[in-house]
Write a protein that binds this ligand. Structure first.
Ligand code: SF4
Length: 116
């Protein structure tokens, strides 16, 4: 039996996973824990927080993040894409820096403003 900790809320329920084809979750206090466990076992998703380069001398790195989550398996590839980006124009906090990264239906947005 595999154990997994739910990270959906601060309760951090310890859940036991039983079965491979018919996944049975035990130990979750609510339905969201079961949904998290099944997602984690079948297609784990993660948000990504990082920085991209800019041409600004005052702010050479701009903090960015995914607007939602992307498959965990795509995080490394997404980092490679973001490492190639250089921002040369002013942006406002929340502005989309890159649309639909890797076709994951998730945008990359700035988490702070940049004035160039
Ligand atoms: S199972 Fe429900 S109560 Fe428990 S950590 Fe997950 S979201 Fe929170």
């Amino acid at each position: 039996m595999e154990e997994i900790i739910c990270i959906v809320c601060p309760n951090g329920c310890h859940m036991q996973i039983d079965g491979k084809e018919q996944i049975k979750v035990i130990g979750n206090l609510c339905k969201r824990g079961e949904e998290f466990a099944i997602q984690e076992l079948t297609n784990p998703m993660r948000s990504l927080t990082t920085t991209v380069r800019t041409t600004s001398k005052d702010m050479p790195m701009l903090p960015v993040r995914t607007k939602g989550e992307i498959p965990k398996s795509k995080i490394e590839e997404a980092m490679m894409v973001l490492n190639k980006i250089e921002i040369s124009n002013s942006v406002t906090c929340g502005e989309v820096i890159l649309k639909n990264i890797l076709g994951c239906d998730c945008d990359i947005i700035a988490t702070c403003s940049l004035i160039i």
